[in-house]
Design a protein around this ligand. Structure first.
Ligand SMILES: [Zn+2]
Length: 229
């Protein structure tokens, strides 16, 4: 079961130091306080496939990354500070400069290891690879399979994790079941069949519950509520 570790600020700092030591030598810690670790510098964008990685970085971006206490339940904020990416939602950058690099709870549910190195080499790297492709004039939407913004993108991402249809009703009824500590066979199945779970999707639901713990389901529902408002 995917369980969220609660990290102290010292543990967050140590994960950041290991990221800098092993993967991203041009990043530096610029602020360390009780509630966050802030890093900035150049982020090297590495090729996705391991056999191309010895060729070196594709590109580099100036960034500032803020990792709040509460990580991994709370996502890091990433800002591109070199002015290369326009602050437009079409480019997945909010007006305040923060990057929409993931659907956070979906990442939490799927991540093998919820560490800072995994976030940076996973969704943050994907985001900057996408920007690199776009800045080089390639149609990234077709090349990479861009997610839609906002609620429809969130529902698509959640539907993949929950193996259900990407409607608000279906996603919410699945999350309602997954937020509970136990799964009961006599409950009505969230798939909409009107049957009991035990004679419907129980096997599949138990498999999904192995990845989506009650606390991840809670975070997913909160994010859905905040996007629906
Ligand atoms: Zn069912």
């Amino acid at each position: 079961m995917a369980r969220l570790a609660k990290l102290t600020i010292e543990e967050i700092r140590d994960e950041v130091l290991s990221l800098i030591a092993f993967d991203q030598p041009d990043l530096n810690i610029i602020e360390l306080s009780d509630d966050k670790v802030e890093i900035s510098g150049r982020l090297f964008v590495m090729p996705k496939s391991p056999e191309n990685q010895p060729l070196g970085a594709l590109d580099q971006f100036e960034v500032r990354i803020v990792i709040p206490i509460g990580f991994p339940a709370i996502e890091p904020l990433v800002f591109e500070t070199g002015g290369r990416i326009e602050r437009e939602l079409d480019y997945h950058v909010n007006p305040n400069g923060s990057c929409c690099y993931s659907v956070w709870p979906a990442w939490l549910a799927d991540a093998k290891d919820q560490s800072i190195s995994e976030v940076v080499s996973g969704p943050i790297m994907d985001f900057f690879r996408w920007q690199y492709v776009r800045l080089n004039g390639i149609d990234a939407a077709t090349a990479i399979g861009e997610r839609q913004h906002y609620i429809s993108g969130l529902l698509d991402a959640y539907a993949e994790v929950l193996d259900c249809s990407p409607t608000q009703k279906s996603v919410s009824s699945h999350l309602k079941v997954l937020r509970r500590k136990w799964l009961r066979s006599r409950w009505r199945c969230p798939c909409g069949s009107r049957k009991k779970i035990g004679v419907c999707c129980e096997t599949n639901l138990r498999k999904i519950k192995g990845r989506v713990s009650p606390e991840i389901a809670e975070i997913m529902q909160e994010k859905l509520n905040s996007q629906s408002r």
